[in-house]
Design a protein around this ligand. Structure first.
Ligand SMILES: NC(=O)c1ccc[n+]([C@@H]2O[C@H](COP(=O)([O-])OP(=O)(O)OC[C@H]3O[C@@H](n4cnc5c(N)ncnc54)[C@H](OP(=O)(O)O)[C@@H]3O)[C@@H](O)[C@H]2O)c1
Length: 226
């Protein structure tokens, strides 16, 4: 079967996460337009084949899919302020860390501009973008998620959590809470075991096994996601 045509992708924000995201789209053969408030951060990507947009509006107009790994909610609002007309008919994927309330507010604003909104939370590090070690959570427009799932999977395995735009951020908090609780538990255990000379590397495999047993013991059956 012939491959479906690849849509033009725009990446707004080329910080620690945005730069590897734009690189992943270039590597996957997507025509990619980039914009960054500090313009010179786009130089390396332009050298690899990205198109530099001088203004946010120009970047948004470049194609149907706009991905925004900007710093936070305020940065998204400030960056997109001059591009409201350009957003009509496009899909915005907001990857900035945010509160559920901010995600819902932004979704309402974007809907009002005639665009689709998908909120994303990146469970990844810059070096795990476009590798199996990262994954992204999404919520908001189901149509946007299904239409652009292939493009979302260029960045990381993608998991959708429903039409409520705040849901991805709540799942992000839930996962961070789980991770930090496990980490503090492990650090406490490591301090305890230090008194009898057991090192963390010896203890770690047992701790991972016990955590899995604990979940199963509580009746929580799970399948490890991709
Ligand atoms: N880094 C990580 O490991 C990681 C992991 C998971 C999630 N996240 C989340 O991903 C998001 C991006 O993180 P990051 O590490 O890539 O941040 P970063 O390296 O600090 O980059 C922030 C980006 O936002 C832009 N920006 C900030 N304020 C702006 C404004 N008012 N108007 C326009 N652009 C603005 C910056 O532009 P300039 O270059 O002009 O400053 C830059 O492109 C954050 O929400 C973060 O919490 C990060």
């Amino acid at each position: 079967m012939p491959e479906l045509p690849k849509p033009h992708v725009t990446v707004l924000g080329l910080g620690r996460m945005g730069a590897p995201i734009a690189t992943a789209f270039l590597d996957a053969g997507y025509a990619t337009t980039v914009w960054n408030r500090t313009a010179e951060k786009a130089d390396a990507l332009v050298a690899r084949g990205a198109v530099r947009a001088v203004t946010v509006a120009e970047a948004v107009e470049a194609g149907p899919l706009v991905i925004a790994p900007l710093l936070d909610h305020d940065a998204v609002r400030q960056a997109l302020g001059p591009a409201t007309a350009a957003l009509r008919g496009r899909t915005l994927v907001n990857l900035a860390n945010s509160t559920p309330a901010h995600a819902r507010e932004l979704a309402t604003w974007v809907d009002g501009l005639g665009a689709c909104y998908l909120d994303g939370a990146m469970m990844a590090l810059p070096q795990t973008v476009a590798t199996p070690d990262g994954f992204f959570l999404y919520s908001g427009s189901e149509e946007a998620f299904s239409t652009y799932r292939r493009e979302l999977e260029v960045m990381a395995p993608a998991h959708y959590f429903g039409a409520d735009p705040g849901s991805a951020e709540i799942h992000d908090l839930a996962l961070l809470g789980t991770g930090y609780a496990a980490l503090t538990g492990f650090l406490h255990a490591a301090a305890l075991l230090n008194s009898v000379g057991t090192t963390p590397d010896v203890f770690a495999p047992l701790a991972v096994r016990r955590a899995g047993d604990g979940l199963r013991g509580a009746g929580i059956r799970h399948r490890v996601p991709r």
